[in-house]
Design a protein around this ligand. Structure first.
Ligand code: AHR
Length: 654
């Protein structure tokens, strides 16, 4: 008898350890009582040109400092070749937007070469075609230009030639194919003949870009964004909107029109962090506001531009525009709305049409300021809103709550946002994974009558490791998933959310963690990316309640959950997070519409190693898998893996 009892106890203990709570909690889901619609904008993207996200990233240009406008005009370029082959001079044409060009005097019978290193090298692919272009003018004599793509050993892996340059500035183009895949190729231009030739805007793009637009965006990187089916795209940042000082703030008008005329400026992340200095980080604006709007349209995201409100970064210079001198800043927003939505007969609408998009971009939201704080922000915001609301009642103007997730400044700004009746308030939180878990109930008691929440920048910051990607651990992503169930559960007050920042170049980053890492050839989705993607591609249309013992599941027994209906497909979508290091079980019980059909789909991200992360070029350690499960009765038992996010899609009766 004693032996029997002992073996029963052992059995109970061992199985219990393995399965966790074998019976599991019952999650009661009321499929009939819709709490609120889920906003189509619920899950979106935050893009900022940080970590070489634009130049050297998504903008597929391979030549760095293509128009010699960096403060060191030959940064990124190397002058090689024989002594006395000729002479190189930097000439300032006094043209306001693109002043400098290179003048080369080639000595008779000699060869003069210039080599461009690209953005930490150039990524090129065997069999791909490359589009080369250059602005040139032959002021004297006759020169031939040999163009060569070089591998890392200096051997030519693609080439072409241009000659018969005219005496007037003209664009010359040629295409050539590449014979070898290289992550760190370079471009050599060799001039021969005799005389003086002047050159500017030297450019090399892969022929194959996103939607094969000429001189467009890197296809693999945009594909990752499109795969997320984002509800919105916030651009161009971030602190880049504010600038280190007002002079270097983001000015959208300088980023549209002919690419040759877009005036380059220093990137504010150039020397922001002494431990990650990037003196060669500039904004060519090849990716400008037109391209951002086009990108939004391509990936089905609502555009959300954030504009400067007359304040430079308060962590840096804190420069302010006097209250009576804000007009040009307000005008920038009015003109942007015209650029995006105006008829082609208007000044800015015409520019959009001339650039290739006569139909409007359907802009509905504009952010005024980024991480501003204090009365100085509110004083300015009031002036902006007075004019903007009067002229554009159809646009939602988004306000901010500063860089911190709580505290005096945050409370002050929120109280002001309520008073100003701002429709959406931008919140930022870069915090530990533990903070994320604790804050899964953050919005449960938010005021339902006031402004809606835009969680505009957030990321769980785990410990740093050696690899660039190492901070994007599964632990951080899992904690974000837990918090995101809290965002979804409060979809009546949380209207938008975006992880930040979006991109990190493994060879040139300033800030980590980031959602997607890339090098010159490849890219990888982090565990955080897959969490975002699972939420975004399982957004649903209507929020329903999911309660355990009458309460939201927000950490009890290490579990988190939220539920919604997808009216279009007649499915119940349940997101479940188990942060315990052992498996767990949830019993889904539906009040109202019951499950229909024979099986449900589970999309699962699980990894027992919380420190796991994905590396560019390696098989992904943390990525979703799909499982089917039979529907056998009214109660659906979902086994949750240790440290996992599980999204169940259950067909329900119409
Ligand atoms: O996402 C990186 C930076 O974090 C953003 O530029 C800024 O808004 C925040 O401080």
């Amino acid at each position: 008898m004693k032996l029997k009892l002992l073996s029963f106890l052992i059995c109970f203990f061992v199985i219990g350890q393995f399965t966790g709570n074998a019976q599991g909690k019952s999650l009661i889901i009321n499929t009939k009582a819709i709490i609120a619609p889920i906003q189509p904008t619920m899950w979106g993207l935050f893009f900022e040109d940080i970590n070489f996200a634009a130049d050297g990233g998504i903008y597929a240009e391979l030549v760095k400092n293509r128009s010699f406008e960096f403060y060191k005009p030959l940064m990124g370029w190397k002058n090689i070749g024989e002594e006395y082959a000729g002479q190189l001079q930097i000439v300032n044409s006094q043209n306001e937007n693109n002043p400098r060009f290179v003048q080369l005097q080639i000595n008779d019978g000699k060869e003069f070469s210039l080599e461009n290193e690209g953005f930490r090298g150039m990524g090129v692919v065997a069999g791909e075609n490359y589009d080369f272009s250059i602005l040139a003018r032959q002021t004297n004599g006759n020169t031939t230009l040999k163009i060569e793509l070089l591998d890392s050993a200096g051997v030519a892996i693609g080439n072409s030639e241009l000659k018969n340059f005219s005496g007037e500035w003209k664009k010359y183009e040629t295409k050539f194919s590449c014979s070898k895949t290289q992550a760190k190729a370079s471009l050599r231009l060799t001039f021969s003949g005799k005389g003086i030739i002047e050159i500017d805007l030297v450019s090399l793009f892969p022929e194959h870009t996103w939607k094969n637009r000429k001189n467009g965006l890197r296809a693999d990187l945009v594909q990752k964004l499109a795969d997320m089916k984002p509800g919105f795209l916030r651009f161009p940042g971030g602190c880049i909107v504010e600038g280190h000082e007002l002079e270097t703030r983001y000015q959208w008008k300088k980023t549209v029109g002919n690419v040759d005329e877009r005036k380059l400026i220093v990137n504010r992340w150039n020397t922001e962090f002494s431990y990650r200095n990037a003196p060669d980080y500039f904004q060519s604006y090849g990716l400008g506001f037109y391209e951002y709007f086009l990108l939004c349209e391509d990936i089905g995201a609502s555009p959300l531009p954030i504009l400067n409100c007359g304040m430079a970064c308060e962590f840096n210079s804190s420069e302010l525009v006097p209250l009576d001198k804000l007009d040009p800043y307000i005008q920038d927003i009015l003109d942007l709305i015209e650029f995006a939505n105006g008829a082609p007969t208007t000044k800015w609408g015409k520019l959009r049409a001339d650039m290739g998009h006569p139909t409007p971009f359907n802009l509905k939201m504009v952010g005024v300021g980024n991480e501003q704080w204090g009365t100085q922000y509110i004083d300015r915001l009031k002036i902006f809103l007075k004019v903007l609301r009067e002229k554009h009642p159809e646009i939602s103007f988004v306000g901010g709550s500063g860089p911190f997730s709580d505290g005096q400044d945050f409370d002050y700004l929120w109280s002001q946002m309520r008073e100003l009746n701002v429709p959406l308030v931008d919140e930022h939180y870069y915090k530990s994974p533990e903070w994320f878990l604790k804050n899964a109930s953050r919005y449960d008691n938010y005021d339902r009558k006031g402004p809606k929440v835009f969680a505009g920048e957030y990321a769980a910051h785990d410990k740093e490791g050696k690899d660039s990607e190492s901070r994007n651990t599964w632990k951080s992503a899992l904690a974000e998933a837990a918090l995101m169930t809290g965002l979804e559960r409060n979809a009546d007050v949380v209207y938008m959310a975006s992880y930040a920042p979006l991109f990190g170049n493994v060879n040139a980053w300033q800030w980590r963690p980031d959602l997607i890492w890339f090098d010159n050839l490849k890219s990888v989705g982090t565990p955080n990316y897959y969490v975002q993607k699972l939420f975004s591609t399982n957004k649903g249309t209507d929020l329903v309640s999911a309660l355990v013992d009458g309460k939201p599941l927000a950490g009890q027994d290490s579990l988190y959950a939220s539920a919604c209906i997808d009216a279009a497909t007649s499915e119940l979508i349940v997101k479940m997070v188990n942060v315990a290091k052992k498996p767990n079980v949830l019993n889904l019980q539906m009040d109202g519409k019951q499950a229909a059909g024979k099986e449900l789909t589970l999309q699962i991200i699980a990894n027992s190693n919380l420190g796991a992360y994905n590396k560019v070029g390696n098989p992904e350690e943390v990525a979703p898998v799909e499982r089917k499960q039979k529907i056998t009765g009214k109660r659906i038992v979902v086994n949750l893996d240790a440290s996992s996010l599980t999204v169940a899609r259950i067909p329900i009766r119409k």
